[in-house]
Design a binder for this molecule. Structure first.
Ligand code: 5GP
Length: 130
């Protein structure tokens, strides 16, 4: 059965898309730690990030680099932090999180509740900065 993230890539489940190429896809995390919290995934269905081939892992990191640059332009921050957990969704993903301090990377923090309009505006702003 397809993972929830594969169903997002296929358009079966809606998302706030940020970027896409033939191999990778970026969209807003639905439970963001901060505004701009984005997930980068491979279209290939792999659970564990480090099971990707060397080539795909490197290409995914380059894709994430471009998305991170756009996040930083759209949401000025000290740095965009990167985290890999994968404890909830068994489809490899990188979290990109604009940081004002290290506390912004704490996954135990309460998540933001954003409206549909707010999510749209965030995704539009990042896309426009790509
Ligand atoms: P992890 O697997 O890295 O522990 O957490 C998975 C992340 O995916 C969480 O931050 C969660 O909010 C996000 N997530 C889970 N399901 C969905 C979904 O259907 N859509 C979006 N946009 N994000 C999701």
């Amino acid at each position: 059965m397809a993972t929830i993230f594969s169903r997002i890539v296929a358009g079966e489940i809606p998302c706030y898309k940020v970027a896409e190429d033939d191999k990778f896809f970026a969209f807003l995390d639905i439970n963001p730690l901060v505004k701009g919290h984005t997930l980068v995934i491979p279209k290939q269905e792999v659970d564990y990030l480090f099971d990707l081939s060397d080539e795909d892992l490197a290409a995914m990191q380059v894709f994430a680099k471009h998305v991170a640059a756009a996040i930083k332009r759209a949401f000025p921050c000290i740095k965009v932090g990167q985290a890999v957990l994968g404890l909830e969704v068994p489809h490899a993903h990188i979290h990109l999180i604009p940081m004002q301090s290290e506390k912004d990377m704490l996954f135990s923090n309460p998540k933001l509740k954003l409206s549909d309009e707010e999510f749209r505006e965030i995704a539009d702003a990042i896309r426009a900065a790509l």
